[in-house]
Design a protein around this ligand. Sequence first.
Ligand SMILES: [Zn+2]
Length: 172
Amino acid sequence: MALREIRTYPDPVLRNKTSRIELIDNTLDRLIEDMVETMHAAPGVGLAANQVGVPLQLAVIDLSSREDEEHRHPLLIIINPEILSAEGSVIEEEGCLSIPDYAEKVKRAARVRVRAQDRKGKQFELEAEGLMAKALQHEIDHLNGLLFIDKLSPLKKGLFKRKFKKVLLEKA
Ligand SMILES: [Zn+2]
């Protein structure tokens, strides 16, 4: 296992749509192991493959160490995921490993039904609400080249861009 570098905004790899995975082999298994390790080390609760520079439809979500039982869920690996249905809406704060030191409230569906394949390639469906619903939407957005800042109002997006420019200038 190895840690992979997490790509950060505005890396263009985050903006490209990822490709469907047709072959589940040892290379993919290694990528999954690396992604789980990278997510835990960050630390974060979700990571999409393009966040480590691999443009494939794969994401990992780990809510297994949540203290509140209601949100706890074993490590989830989703390959070629798609949202089948989405209901309701919630506005909650979100952050992203690819956009460090920034969090903002965004609107998401409250409940989603997702179809995906597990790491053996077996298809499954999952119904989720709460934190898992939010994580699934966030990660599936990543796989479509979308970031949570895309969901901000024009005003907040403007504020984000200004803050971000400042961060870039400080680094330079
Ligand atoms: Zn993210």
